[in-house]
Ligand binder design. Structure first.
Ligand SMILES: [Cu+2]
Length: 152
């Protein structure tokens, strides 16, 4: 358990360093992903670029981060999600340009405003192929650090 946590921290720290060109946004800033926050206001004025990341922080299983189509966003319908997670800390890489729609599928939350739409601007220099390569390098570095910790 402690080893797993150390690996995760290592991954987080290392990936911040490697993906310096992309911006990592914490949705809702200090308030996180929860009820009672206006995510239109949060997104307003931000320039999201292809390759940027959204980090959703919330209590595990108290909320979900569910990416949906525009229609399902408008109707708060999470029955056919593009992606779904309720683990408590969800990072979404905005890998393609255009609109991305996120809702919480806990009953009543989306209809009370727990929904986020972001418009992602294309970045010609962004390469989807480079992301996994960077991630595996990071994983290797983290694994190396982990081995040193375990040996120590
Ligand atoms: Cu919720």
């Amino acid at each position: 358990m402690a080893v797993t946590s150390a690996a995760l921290v290592g991954l987080l720290v290392a990936s911040c360093a490697v993906v310096a060109a992309a911006t990592r946004y914490t949705v809702g800033d200090g308030e996180g992903w929860t009820t009672g926050v206006n995510y239109n206001n949060w997104a307003n004025g931000k320039f999201f670029r292809q390759g940027d990341e959204l980090v959703f922080n919330y209590q595990a299983r108290a909320h979900t981060v569910t990416e949906v189509s525009q229609n399902n966003f408008d109707s708060c319908n999470g029955n056919s999600p593009l992606s779904n997670d309720d683990g408590g800390s969800t990072t979404i890489r905005l890998s393609y340009p255009g609109m991305h729609y996120f809702i919480c599928t806990i009953p009543g939350h989306c209809s009370n405003g727990m929904k986020l739409a972001v418009n992602v601007n294309g970045d010609p220099s962004y390469s989807a192929a480079s992301a996994p390569a960077a991630a595996s390098a990071v994983a290797a570095a983290a694994a190396g650090a982990l081995i040193k910790l375990a040996l120590f």
